[in-house]
Design a binder for this molecule. Sequence first.
Ligand code: KG4
Ligand code: ZN
Length: 339
Amino acid sequence: REEPLVLGIETSCDETGVGIVRGRTLLADAVASSVDEHARFGGVVPEVASRAHLEAMVPTIERALKEAGVAPRDLDGIAVTAGPGLSGALLVGVSAAKAYAYALGKPLYGVNHLASHICVDQLEHGPLPEPTMALLVSGGHSSLLLAPDITSDVRPLGATIDDAAGEAFDKIARVLGLGFPGGPFIDRAALEGDPKAIRFPRGLTGPRDAAYDFSFSGLKTSVARWVEARRAAGEPVPVADVAASFQEAVADVLTRKAVRACKDNGVGHLMIGGGVAANSRLRAMAQRRCEDAGIVLRVPRPGLCTDNGAMVAALGAEMVARGRTPSAWDLSADSSLPV
Ligand code: KG4
Ligand code: ZN
């Protein structure tokens, strides 16, 4: 029997993503982003995102179908991000998925955004070992997840208690007068800087702190104060050194806790996903620390780390392949959907 052909729709934040996969093979990955419309606000504006999804939805679905060269009637299912994410944004995707699935007579699969961030790696590196440990770091989440079964059993071990890692990158970029979203700008600026120039705090790494939770707001405040003090003293701000030292602190905490989670739980594979997984320092540090600990590291290419429809299709296809029950027609968006 042929592997399932699934179309996936993602609208949890500012990316309208539509992907099509056959089993673990990527056939199309169409993304329309409203990121430029949010840039002048320094963050994603939910109403603006919802409207942009509404406008981009149908054209993006059509683009993906064309790219994959498949007819809608040949699909084995339609998957959609049901949460977590921005309510209004999610609703656009869920409504579209229901309409297409109902009209075409195809099963509908509401999937979890975090689980699909993990599952996408199958498109690049083949079947995920089970269990897999996942570190998800983006503008909206920073979580450590243990996944014994990507379609039905994903356990949150820890998460940020304040800002997400990507949020911290975006805020520090603003403090330094760099662009939005800040991650890529900090990454680039840091290449010229000394990561040891300034020792910024590593949140929640004390002996009594929660082992797998993260905190980036103290780091953010510390960096902002350091920069302000320089400016108040009329001294130039060494942007590259600040960027490199800040990035070092984030990468240090993320990799340290992820490796520890693997060791504590006897898991031999770590996958890193989400927009921040594109960070060059995080990737290099994770590679080295995983090697030292005998852990196999899996990081999808950057285009699959940021929000996209292919990851939703990937998880949908896995659900079809494992005979999971489709969602009911009253499937609803849930902004705080747990894994
Ligand atoms: O996964 P994503 O595209 O969207 C969600 O937030 O769900 O992640 C976006 C985040 C932004 O905060 C952006 O600054 C960050 O990922 N990011 C990076 C890099 N590229 C994107 N952070 C650090 N280094 C990067 N190279
Ligand atoms: Zn995401």
